[in-house]
Design a protein around this ligand. Structure first.
Ligand code: NFS
Ligand code: SF4
Length: 659
């Protein structure tokens, strides 16, 4: 047995490429990778069978009396050495995923806040407050006096207030002020209003240690509290501070897909999650000296392209082209056209190092939190950011000059409209004089829009890349459900061409009417994964405007992460659920079905006034679950009478405007 295992060389099996992705550019590059003998995560996923016990979350390695494995087919047949039941083990594992995911978002948000402080007190000169209006708005919301005060003073007060998001040892996080009263009441009743994120993550790690919390519902409460410290805390601060420093997104036409690379230019990709690195790189590639250096090396210019989440932010804020989502980060290097790739934190595959090596791409880590063995590290310091980004450009120029790899760039680009912030949606729907969500609520109430769905999250080589995202979103809009998106999911749909106003013809009659009247696509991209906080704010606003119930749990809305893979996704899912949203995940769910813990997540939480989890692999099944939930909420609100099909003509529009 053992011998044959050893003999079996792990040759990357020839993939059936059409079965692993619907992204044509990625498919073209996977075929090239195979010709070049290069392995990617797609190949490794095909040969690495997912561990079934781990997939069910039926094992525990929290102490050295174990690791203990329980049997998913007979979950109550045995317990761990310490006596831990399947429900305890699963809840603890789930809790640690929430803790890790929340830590990723909140550490990122806290770094943004550190940067903000240093910019405000003048220690950092390379960035400035670009959106003082948003600064004042957020400050006012937080109860800070703005009348007649210097921007700097308002900003410092805001810094001190928002710092509590992370460090408060008691009380409630600042953005709890944005939560609808009735939702907040539910949280208070169950003791899950977050204090500072550090405290919540620490307590969750403590409680999931061997021999501490062994009541799955009690553990779940701390999962909610920690996840809420992410969504309404760390992530929300990251979004707001990024807007204040770099500008609040407004719609911008921009291109996605690998065809954004340019054969005759120095191509630089920034891949990761921190806008700081990317913003400074934008300065570097516009530096006349560096542009000249590129020209001296024979290039026509320098071409900056994004990937993953910081890419999605730059796409939203500045219309910087975006080359692809998480499952395309290795394949894009196979083009041979990438002269340098700079990465910071999160979703950076270690496998990139080997692929970069094969094609002579210069790969650089930049963040002290993320080094990769064998990869050159050029540390990014916010006080002197250009030192890092200029060096990356210089290296890219050298690599361009000495390109030896054959270059093959898939000739695919998709134009679309990106950059829909909460603020812009307000303006777009209500007009400049009367910014408001009232028209959205009205259109939901009259049935032209059936409800709103957030479709977000990763891509995952365990499912056909982009396919579940695209089919799910198409199905939702066909049924008059307005879709808002972030992260890798947004890029999947942008590649599928749904980010154009013309895509409105794919929507049902009611939604397409609204899209045509307002001139918006049926799918709205809000940015990176931390920008899921924009969806929370939009939900609050829908409640505040009225007519759709008193809490987020009353709204005809649903969420999905159809191709999720990261612990961050679990934290996001849990904060949506705890906020009152029905949230459906695909791929796999880390739980044994029909256990008490499973029933709690998928039903019990809803009975307590929260939202609940759902699961489906198939996009059509997923859409059905979400639409059924939206319809049930409409019925509960008394909106279930046949949805009007009246054409929204000018007269209707004027009536709305006059309202
Ligand atoms: Ni979100 Fe962004 Fe993408 Fe998933 Fe990773 S890039 S933070 S975790 S894979 S959507
Ligand atoms: Fe096993 Fe309990 Fe230790 Fe977990 S904590 S490894 S279930 S003995």
């Amino acid at each position: 047995m053992e011998k044959s295992k050893k003999d079996k060389k792990k040759e990357p099996a020839g993939l059936s490429i059409r079965d692993v992705t619907i992204c044509d550019a990625t498919a073209q590059m996977l075929a090239k990778a195979e010709r070049d003998g290069v392995e990617t995560a797609f190949h490794r996923a095909a040969t690495m069978k997912a561990c079934p016990i781990g997939a069910n979350s039926a094992c525990c390695k929290h102490c050295s009396m174990g690791p203990c494995r329980l049997n998913a087919n007979d979950p109550y047949g045995k317990v761990g050495v310490c006596g831990a039941t399947i429900d305890t083990i699963q809840a603890r594992n789930f809790g640690r995923m929430v803790a890790s995911g929340a830590a990723a978002h909140t550490d990122h948000g806290m770094a943004m806040l550190d940067l903000f402080r240093e910019v405000v007190n003048g220690n950092i000169q390379d960035y400035k407050v670009k959106d003082p209006i948003k600064l004042e708005e957020v400050a006012t919301e937080m109860g800070i006096e703005t009348e007649g005060r210097e921007v700097k003073d308002i900003a410092m007060d805001l810094y001190h207030e928002l710092e509590r998001t992370y460090v408060a040892v008691e009380g409630e996080i600042p953005f709890a002020k944005r939560v609808p009263e009735k939702t907040l009441e539910t949280w208070r009743k169950h003791g899950v209003v977050p204090r500072g994120a550090m405290r919540e993550i620490m307590e969750l790690m403590h409680r999931t240690h061997m021999g501490v919390d062994q009541e799955y519902r009690n553990i779940t409460n701390q999962c909610s509290r920690t996840a809420l410290a992410d969504g309404w805390g760390g992530s929300m601060v990251a979004t707001e501070i990024s807007d204040i420093l770099y500008g609040t997104p407004t719609p911008v036409r921009a291109e996605v897909n690998m065809g954004c690379l340019k054969e005759n230019e120095v191509n630089i990709i920034i891949h990761g999650h921190e806008p700081n690195l990317f913003e400074s790189m934008l300065d570097s590639v516009n530096d006349p000296g560096l542009i000249q250096a590129a020209k001296d090396a024979g290039a026509e210019g320098i071409n900056l392209v994004g990937m993953c989440c910081s890419g999605a932010e730059m796409l939203s804020r500045h219309g910087i082209p975006h080359a692809g989502n998480f499952m395309s980060t290795e394949s894009i290097l196979v083009t041979g056209a990438v002269d340098a790739m700079g990465v910071d934190v999160q979703c950076i595959k270690q496998g990139l190092a080997k692929v970069a090596d094969c094609y002579g791409t210069k790969l650089f880590t930049t963040n002290p939190r993320c080094h990769i063995e064998g990869v050159e590290h050029i540390e990014f310091h916010e006080h002197t950011p250009r030192e890092c980004t200029d060096t990356i450009v210089e290296n890219a120029v050298v690599r361009f000059k000495n390109r030896t790899a054959a270059v093959e760039i898939p000739n695919i680009r998709n134009m679309g409209v990106h950059g829909f912030s909460h603020e812009y949606i307000n303006y777009m729907l209500g007009g400049s004089f009367r910014s408001s969500y009232t028209p959205l609520n009205d259109n939901i109430i009259n049935g032209r829009i059936r409800g709103v769905a957030g479709v977000v999250g990763c891509t995952n080589p365990r499912v056909k890349q982009d396919w579940v995202h695209v089919e799910l979103v198409k199905e939702l809009i066909k049924n008059d459900v307005l879709v808002v998106q972030t992260g890798c999911s947004q890029i999947a749909l942008a590649k599928a061409g749904l980010y154009t106003p013309e895509a409105a013809h794919l929507a049902g009659p009611g939604l397409s009417e609204v899209c045509e009247t307002v001139g918006m696509p049926p799918v709205l991209g809000l940015g990176s994964c931390v920008d899921n906080s924009r969806i929370l704010i939009a939900c609050s606003e829908m409640v505040r405007v009225g007519g759709l119930g008193e809490s987020i749990a009353d709204l005809p809305v649903a969420g999905a992460a159809p191709e999720w893979m990261s612990e961050k996704a679990i934290s996001i899912g849990q904060y949506f659920v705890a906020s009152g949203v029905y949230t459906v995940f695909g791929v796999t769910f880390p739980v044994v079905e029909e256990t008490k813990f499973y029933k709690h997540l998928f039903g019990g939480l809803e009975e307590q006034g929260f939202g609940k989890w759902g699961f489906a692999k198939d996009p059509y099944e997923m859409a059905k679950l979400m639409i059924a939930h939206i319809d049930a909420k409409r019925a509960a609100l008394g909106l279930d009478k046949a949805r009007e099909r009246v054409l929204m003509d000018m007269a209707d529009r004027q009536k709305l405007d006059a309202a």
